[in-house]
Design a protein. Structure first.
Length: 273
């Protein structure tokens, strides 16, 4: 048997190493900003370039955007209420896992008395964890009694982000898609429509949105253009949350099936059963 005192010492050493990595990240980041004052524009240029590119990315892109080369793993930490699970964030987590090495974790805050088993295992069975530095991104979901989802990200100058739509936009940006100003505006508009009218609106508002979606999907396979976007993810999840996925117009029904043919959507479908 392993001596408990040795286990405690190893845990303490791991915590010290973690803090050293984070401290090195902060120091190196400050050093870079001092040497090149406009360095904080790098991420903006990557995300908001007015050219469309398909939803493709690689590990090097993510490392560049998140500053992994500064020496510390970046962490996304999301607080969400289990009574209103943010399905779009779970879909996006699955999409991210298809492209990057994600260190995933689910926890329960003391403000929540109980969480359904399927939500506790919403990231699936986690395999044996490798050292933190071998991952590209940390993704932690905390089930907590909060009015709306909240996200914190380990960038010193970034304020917490609130709202499922806003967090979904951030997570999708990690794929580094490049859109024109018009395309970007259309995507944002559909995300807001999905949250405020499909998810939170009246039945009359939902009917109007479904007619608009049906018209848009008559012209293309996805809500905006020929590629899956965050608009599709948030809209599909809103329909699932409201239970209005049945009896929708023909084009919307076809689009729903296209979404569910993708593994990240089908994995969330299993959570709803």
């Amino acid at each position: 048997e392993v001596d408990p005192s040795l286990q405690a010492l190893e845990s303490r050493q791991e915590e010290i190493l973690k803090r050293l990595y984070e401290l090195k990240s902060a120091v190196d980041g400050l050093s870079k900003m001092i040497q090149t004052p406009d360095a904080d524009f790098d991420v903006t240029n990557i995300i908001q370039t007015d050219e469309f590119s398909p939803l493709t990315a690689n590990g090097a892109d993510l490392d560049l955007m998140l500053g992994k080369d500064y020496g510390a793993l970046k962490d996304v930490v999301i607080n969400a209420n289990p009574s209103q699970p943010p399905l779009s964030l779970l879909v996006l987590h699955s999409l991210l896992c298809e492209r990057y090495k994600i260190l995933s974790a689910v926890h329960t805050h003391s403000s929540v008395k109980s969480v359904p088993e399927n939500l506790l295992k919403c990231f699936g069975e986690q395999t044996k964890k490798q050292p933190r530095h071998e991952y590209q991104l940390g993704f932690t979901l905390i089930w907590k009694d909060v009015p709306k989802p909240q996200m914190k990200f380990s960038v010193q100058t970034m304020c917490p982000i609130e709202g499922e739509g806003n967090i979904a936009r951030f997570l999708f940006s990690l794929f580094a898609p490049k859109y024109s100003a018009v395309t970007s505006t259309l995507i944002d508009s559909w995300v807001d429509t999905a949250i405020f009218q499909l998810l939170e609106g009246s039945s009359k508002e939902r009917g109007a949105v479904l007619r608009s979606m049906n018209a848009a999907l008559a012209r293309s396979s996805w809500l905006v253009g020929s590629e899956l976007s965050v608009a599709d993810v948030v809209a599909w999840c809103a329909l699932q949350r409201t239970g209005t996925a049945n009896g929708v117009p023909a084009n919307v029904q076809k689009w729903i099936k296209s979404c569910e043919n993708l593994a990240p959507f089908s994995s969330v479908m299993r959570l709803l059963k």
